[in-house]
Design a protein around this ligand. Structure first.
Ligand SMILES: [Fe+2]
Length: 318
């Protein structure tokens, strides 16, 4: 680890305070008070940046949010989340398992099943819920595109509605439609604009020697949206980028393989951390940094950037 210069402990300390390790964190089974007493709604949350939809905004093990929150959600087969809406956008990226997401309007529901690396961005004020119908649990990442979201508004919570109706996200019998981008129902057409399948997104090969799939941003196949950019990066073994700086914060979570995040101070001195799966670094706006894959295997990285506008980053091979 020749990149770590222990003489520059300020930089190293700052970087470490922006690094979250999966093994240091724990899942909270009591993050959502509205679920308590309802076994069918059980889920666990691991907070990385901000509290997401949980009221636990003073969790000291969590980084402060700027433009987005970041957490992992774990949900077991048979459980669901009751249909609710927010004043802001919220995205679900499936990490493992299969997740059913339903959008509801006036007793009709469109359901989509997302696989690993698929994402949905839940539009503002749209009633949405999710459910695990498969045989394996779902691990997903949830990002809310605002630092401190308001509590959700429930539309079909089992507290007020029959359990079977709540499990169907409010769909009356026979009123559940399958996801279909070419479907004629307005809700199918709307959802079609907010679902991203990993295998459908074009692969962008950067001249710097790595790949991007743009989930949210101004790119073909992406969700066009005005708050945050979301991208999946592939870093082949041996790739090192030149330092770059963004005008907004960036969070990178390693999903597969390992990757180093390197920060630089004003004098060009460096500190680095190596991330493994589910470890995350949040790099604040204005912090020069770069990524390096010094391993023998490719790395897959989920990247969230706190703006969709021009952010000043230029990618080049070191
Ligand atoms: Fe939500």
């Amino acid at each position: 680890m020749d990149s770590i210069n222990t003489d520059h402990s300020d930089l190293q300390e700052r970087l470490l305070s922006h690094t979250a390790r999966f093994y240091d964190k724990s899942f909270d089974w009591d993050a959502f008070p509205s679920n308590s007493g309802f076994e069918e709604l059980e889920r666990a949350q691991m907070r990385y940046i901000g509290a997401g939809g949980s009221p636990k905004v003073n969790d000291a093990s969590t980084m402060q949010p700027d433009h987005f929150t970041f957490s992992l959600i774990y949900k077991e087969p048979g459980r669901y989340a009751a249909c609710h809406s927010h004043e802001i956008e919220e995205s679900f990226l499936v990490i493992s398992g299969a997740l059913v997401v339903g959008w509801e309007q006036e007793g009709e529901v469109v359901e989509v099943t997302l696989g690993a690396k698929d994402m949905i961005l839940n539009a503002r004020e749209i009633g949405h819920g999710f459910r695990v119908d498969g045989v394996e649990p779902v691990l997903m990442s949830i990002s809310v595109d605002v630092g401190k979201p308001l509590p959700p508004v429930y539309h079909y919570h089992p507290k007020q509605h029959p359990s079977e109706l709540a499990r169907q996200f409010g769909a009356q019998p026979g009123k559940t439609l399958a996801f279909d981008r070419k479907g004629t129902h307005p809700l199918q057409q709307l959802m079609g604009q907010f679902v991203v399948r990993h295998h459908e997104l074009p692969v962008i090969w950067e001249a710097a020697g790595f790949t991007r799939k743009i989930y949210v941003g101004d790119a073909p196949g992406a969700i066009h949206h005005d708050t945050c950019r979301k991208e999946m990066w592939g870093l082949p073994a041996g790739v090192t980028l030149k330092p770059f700086t963004r005008t907004a914060e960036e969070a990178v979570m390693c999903l597969e393989g390992s990757v180093e995040v390197v920060w630089l101070d004003d004098e060009g001195r460096e500190s680095s951390v190596e991330l493994g799966p589910r470890d995350l670094v949040k790099t604040p706006a204005g912090q020069p940094h770069y990524l390096r894959n010094n391993s023998a295997a490719a790395a897959t990285i989920w990247t969230i950037i706190g703006t969709t506008g021009e952010d000043g980053a230029v990618y080049a091979k070191a």
